[in-house]
Design a protein around this ligand. Structure first.
Ligand code: CA
Length: 188
């Protein structure tokens, strides 16, 4: 409530300014609405979870394409398809509109009914490079849980995710490093 009151107070001040010098020929209500929204995004941003709408991978294992990262499906996963555990393999995720990213959420490893977590390698270290030029390294625990890291990337249209290190599969397992989900919490 304190934040809402603060937005109201700031808007009141701007409203007075708008009456004095505002763009009279434009829609003043629209103009003030835009200002109100830009202030609200700073003082009281809404956090929403978004997925990419398109994913392009450097390689994929058969049946485990990157499209599994653009659907929130807990039983499907992307696996790289390069020789060996796929160090240096990547996926590029594209958003529907540019977004201000607050948090990355990764669910590592393969998934699905009867699929053992250690049947394929899991990412241990990922590098995220955002289209605004910022990047971050994310270390992952070897656990089949949602894991998150905070970032401050703004106006992002796409992100390149590179596998830098992986936990090996159990004996007799595969060699395709796997990721079940990559989600983003964005500020609106
Ligand atoms: Ca591989």
């Amino acid at each position: 409530m304190a934040l809402v009151a603060r937005v109201g107070a700031i808007l009141t001040i701007i409203g007075v300014g708008a009456l004095a010098v505002g763009p009279w020929r434009g829609g003043i209500a629209d103009w003030m609405g835009d200002r109100y929204d830009s202030i609200r995004r700073v003082v009281a941003p809404r956090i929403e979870t978004v997925l990419a709408v398109e994913a392009v991978a450097s390689s994929s294992a058969a049946g485990h394409g990157p499209e599994n990262l653009v659907q929130s499906t807990a039983n499907r996963y992307w696996a790289e398809g390069a020789r060996g555990p796929g160090i240096g393999e990547s996926v590029t995720l594209h958003f529907a509109t540019s977004v201000d990213i607050d948090t990355i959420v990764v669910t590592p490893g393969p998934s699905g009914e009867g699929v053992a977590f250690t049947s394929q390698p899991r990412p241990k270290k990922l590098r995220f490079t955002f289209s605004d030029g910022t990047s971050t390294i994310m270390m992952l625990a070897d656990e089949r849980t949602d894991q998150s890291t905070d970032v401050d990337a703004n106006g992002v249209e796409s992100v390149l995710v590179v596998i830098l290190e992986a936990y090996p599969a159990a004996q007799g397992g595969g060699r395709d490093t796997s990721i079940t989900d990559i989600e983003f919490k964005v500020k609106r």
